[in-house]
Ligand binder design. Structure first.
Ligand code: NAP
Length: 281
């Protein structure tokens, strides 16, 4: 049985990947800054792991066959944190690294996650890079959930469309990649349709039976909100770049990769909202 180390395992994506790998027959080592957050699940061994604390890396990687790497979100220092872990994974005998990047990152060479992609490609390790679009779960358990519960979505997304994807579909791709002998090296992962935020708000309104409205902010208004919420300036500027790409239409692209790699059709936003309706009660 393969053992896979999953970093960021307490987050939106990490939790889904840990659950999918464990039910898919893998032994999972769930890496977390606070392993106490994880609870106890069959086939899952929690381990302490902090990017800024190198002494936590070798014990987490010891005896591991595969590494599913998740960067801290909106982190301009992603390369400084992840690249040494990739180097240690090679020295520790890890046989495959699956990196979570983000859709469109390969078009921006100076992007923090692109610098991690480049390092992994040059590492000599077998790898797969997953580039998902914005997660649907941002609305249910992520940074947009409190807004939705208040009855609004306040963002500088303009009327740009986004092919949102569920973390469950990304996790299904992760399982398929670790099962295959020759998985693809790069997957651009999207949902099956592109929606603007007014359309998202309309679906959430119908599913919850409440009025949820999209408020199109200027970039400066959105960044002020992020600063007021305590986001460090590097993360604020990172988020500004993401929503510039949305407004320019770069998040609207739809790819066939989820179904091609995992064999399942990615869920629609309506299916997601119906399944997660309890999140907004
Ligand atoms: N959200 C999206 O729409 C989206 C779209 C495309 C790509 N991505 C990428 O996907 C990744 C995961 O996103 P997410 O929404 O799942 O994020 P999330 O829910 O915020 O989870 C982030 C995870 O990283 C851990 N973490 C943060 N700082 C760490 C550190 N210094 N050392 C070790 N672990 C640390 C967190 O642990 P704690 O519980 O201890 O905080 C948490 O488990 C990010 O790299 C993001 O760039 C996200």
């Amino acid at each position: 049985m393969q053992t896979i180390l999953v970093t960021g395992s307490t987050g939106n994506l990490g939790r889904a990947v840990v659950a999918a790998l464990a039910t898919g027959g893998f032994q999972v080592r769930a890496a977390a800054r606070d392993p106490g957050k994880l609870g106890s699940h069959p086939g899952v061994e929690p381990v302490r792991f902090v990017y800024e604390q190198p002494d936590t890396h070798a014990p987490a990687l010891s005896g591991v066959d595969g590494l599913f790497l998740i960067a801290p979100p909106l982190d301009p220092e992603a390369a400084a944190k992840l690249n040494p872990v990739i180097d240690l994974a090679r020295r520790s005998g890890v046989r495959r690294v699956v990196l979570t990047s983000a859709l469109g990152v390969d078009a921006v060479e100076e992007a923090p996650l692109r610098r991690v992609e480049r390092h992994l490609m040059a590492s000599g390790l077998p790898f797969t890079i997953l580039r998902p679009n914005f997660f649907m779960e941002n609305f249910s358990t992520g940074f947009l959930a409190p807004m939705v519960r208040q009855g609004g979505i306040w963002l500088a997304a303009g009327d740009g469309k986004t092919s949102f994807i569920s973390v469950e579909d990304i996790a299904a791709v992760a399982v398929a990649v670790f099962r295959k002998d020759s998985p693809p090296r790069e997957c651009n992962l999207t949902g099956p349709e592109a929606l603007d935020h007014a359309e998202v708000a309309a679906i959430l309104s119908r599913v919850t039976g409440r009025s949820i409205t999209y408020h199109a902010l200027t970039e400066e208004q959105m960044l002020e909100n992020f600063r007021r919420a305590g986001l460090p300036e590097g993360a604020v500027q990172y988020a500004a770049n993401l929503y510039r790409a949305v407004r320019a239409g770069h998040a609207a692209r739809i790819t066939p990769d989820v179904e091609q790699v995992s064999g399942r059709k990615p869920m629609t936003f309506r299916e997601f909202a119906q399944r997660k309706a309890a999140a907004w009660r």
